[in-house]
Design a protein around this ligand. Structure first.
Ligand SMILES: O=C(O)CCC(=O)C(=O)O
Ligand SMILES: [Fe+2]
Length: 181
């Protein structure tokens, strides 16, 4: 029998597995963008993970309410698990809100602001929101993965200069986070 884990232990294990996954995805992105993999590794290996568990109650008038207002995540990558397969997550694509239907056992990966800055806007962050449902509750677990806090955040050197236009200046991550409020 596997040992019975406490909620804290399960959460820590989940967070650890999400970090392994985030590093794999970041490695693939580094290859796709031809970014120095060592630089990417050093920037993200000791990155800060955090978890948010979102619980949305059913709402009798869903058109008059919002579960989570439109935003982009401030991190590099968000890995989202839609727990009980209830619709709610939407992304804004070409100005239109598109539903992201839950698929059993699938995880959703979202790029956040840090990723957009790091790749100089080649992959944009994703504006998203969560709506509520008239009869069903909804539960989602978002794991946010950021870069190290003591690093200068800016576009990777090979992604600025021709043919790319520099879209972001480099700045310390603590300053970037404080600017977001
Ligand atoms: O509940 C969702 O599907 C979205 C949650 C979310 O965007 C967040 O926690 O940042
Ligand atoms: Fe979000």
């Amino acid at each position: 029998m596997p040992p019975k884990l406490s909620f804290r232990e399960k959460t820590e294990l989940y967070c650890h597995e999400m970090k392994v996954l985030a590093m794999l995805i970041l490695g693939s992105l580094a290859r796709a963008l031809k970014v120095d993999a060592v630089m990417m590794w050093e920037m993200f290996e000791d990155g800060v993970p955090s978890i948010r568990m979102n619980y949305y109650l059913p709402c009798p008038e869903p058109s008059k309410a919002i579960g989570f207002s439109p935003h982009s995540d401030a991190d590099a990558l968000t890995i989202l698990y839609q727990f009980n397969y209830t619709d709610g997550l939407q992304i804004r694509k070409d100005g239109i809100w598109m539903p992201i239907r839950p698929i059993p056992n699938a995880l959703i990966v979202n790029k956040g602001d840090i990723m957009e800055i790091f790749n100089n806007g080649i992959y944009r962050n994703i504006e998203h929101r969560a709506t509520v449902n008239s009869t069903k509750e909804r539960l989602s677990v978002a794991t946010f993965y950021s870069c190290r806090l003591d690093t200068d955040l800016g576009p990777a050197p090979n992604l600025v200069g021709l043919p790319f236009f520099r879209l972001f200046q480099s700045s310390s991550t603590s300053r970037t986070s404080s600017l977001r409020g």
